[in-house]
Design a protein around this ligand. Structure first.
Ligand code: ADP
Ligand code: ZN
Length: 436
């Protein structure tokens, strides 16, 4: 065990690889025993011929996968492993991609989730005594309450400000010297515009030092913009309701990949078509097994999120492996003129262009049987919307840069600042109007 580091949970964060794997095997056995108490796994595992303890950790790869569809089919109680009266929380996934799914938590589940969240934030330098402002949705979205309980566990003064009402957010930041933020990337960009329009330079007039950005895909370019404008360090935060919510994987001070907490989750990356494991460094679908949940354990859950395992040791000393930035969900990909594209590739290009503002949208249409791709881009308030020639140049520059990246030249429509619709929750980046 490594005791030279300042860890929130030295027993778990300081484990060596062999100790970690021994713990995983033990927790996996316990999880399987627990899972068998649910109607779903009792039937599924039996059907699969699973009988009793597993001797080697690798053997879990012979277990069946669990999908979002399974969760939907067994809604609401098919996955429940404890009596109803032992549950203290219910979350419903925000349903970005269809019918909702229900996730249950026992008191112990909430407790270990809060600890994981505290561990994540502590890892980035957040400390008791800091002021934490939580600018994400409370309610059924797990991001709000997950961070809230974790921040209180850590001992930060926690302001549950929720999303929106930017003026009040800024006021709270001023009045209480907020230095730690949790905010989704699209709102961080929006708030930036509100501050610039009001002539506020957060580097001068606020005390911010750290922000946690997650819940939706974003590019390194967005991280850079947010870091520069607010004068802070931005850490990527990943999770999903099915695995508690946030707190599954998080960046450390190195800001180079997200440590996935392997004492709590067993991680695989598989080819989404063959479902065979891919080599480290190769992009595939993330598959997770919970190792520390009693209310609703999940085995080999297909997250639909695409990422890859990073190789090599992390400078921070933790052996928990690192995931690369999530590129999006398998179903975010769209095909246009025979080319496969992820919205994040478009974002990466746009956010590298200084005249581009904080919001964009990809609109797909079909005319005369030909697919058309349009990218609507808000410009910053430094662009003179009256200067036609400047606008033409900018449109051409954006179209060319996009073509270099995605190999398709989209139509580019420039929109004035704040011109595009916004959602309070996760941003909608893709509007597909092609008739199916
Ligand atoms: P929904 O599936 O309805 O959006 P969740 O709130 O559970 O409900 O969202 C979890 C999903 O959000 C993840 O599966 C992933 O697609 C996305 N996500 C969460 N954090 C990140 C992140 N840091 N980067 C990219 N995508 C993320
Ligand atoms: Zn690290």
């Amino acid at each position: 065990m490594n005791s030279n580091h300042d860890y929130w949970d030295p027993a778990m964060e300081g484990l060596g690889r062999a100790e970690l794997e021994a713990l995983q095997l033990m927790r996996l056995q316990r999880t399987l025993g627990q899972a068998l108490k649910s109607p779903f796994y009792a039937a599924r595992l039996k059907q699969h011929g699973f009988s009793g303890p597993m001797e080697r950790l690798e053997d879990f790869r012979r277990l069946p996968f669990t999908t979002k569809q399974d969760l939907r089919d067994s809604y609401p109680y098919g996955f429940l492993c404890v009596p109803r009266d032992q549950l203290v929380r219910l979350h419903v996934s925000s349903g970005t991609t269809g019918q909702a799914t229900a996730i249950f938590y026992s008191r112990k589940d909430l407790d270990s989730w809060s600890d994981l969240m505290a561990r994540c934030m502590y890892m980035t330098g957040a400390r008791a005594g800091d002021t934490f402002q939580n600018l994400t949705g409370y309610g059924l979205f797990t991001g709000g309450l997950g961070f809230h309980y974790g921040a209180e566990r850590l001992g930060m003064l926690t302001i549950p400000s929720g999303p929106g009402n930017s003026k009040r957010q800024i006021q709270l930041m001023r009045d209480f010297s907020t230095n730690v933020l949790h905010i989704i990337p699209s709102y961080a960009l929006r708030l930036m515009e509100v501050m610039s329009a009001a002539g506020i330079d957060p580097k001068q007039s606020l005390r911010l030092k750290i922000a946690f950005l997650g819940a939706e895909p974003y590019s390194e370019e967005v991280r850079n913009r947010v870091q520069q404008f607010y004068g802070i360090k931005v850490f990527n935060s990943y999770g999903l309701s099915e695995m508690n919510g946030p707190g599954v994987a998080f960046e450390c001070v190195e800001q180079n990949g997200l440590h996935i907490w392997e004492d709590a989750y067993l991680v695989e990356v598989v080819d989404p078509h063959t479902l065979e494991p891919v080599a480290d460094g190769t992009v595939g679908e993330l598959v997770l097994t919970t190792l520390d949940r009693e209310g609703m354990p999940l085995i080999r859950y297909r997250t639909k999120d695409l990422t890859r395992m990073l190789t090599g040791a992390c400078g921070c000393g933790r052996v928990h492996r690192r995931l690369d930035r999530i590129r999006g969900r398998t179903d975010d990909m769209f095909i246009i003129k025979g080319v496969n594209i992820f919205p994040i590739q478009v974002e990466q290009v746009l956010m590298g262009i200084p005249e581009v503002g904080g919001n964009y949208r990809i609109v797909l249409t079909r005319a005369d049987n030909v697919d058309q791709m349009k990218v609507q881009v808000e410009v910053t308030d430094r662009v003179f919307v009256e200067d036609m020639r400047q606008l033409q140049r900018l449109r051409r520059k954006i179209a060319k840069s996009l073509c270099d990246e995605i190999l398709v030249t989209p139509e580019v429509e420039l929109v004035e600042p704040y011109g595009l619709p916004r959602s309070e929750g996760k941003a909608v980046r893709l509007v597909d109007e092609r008739a199916r």
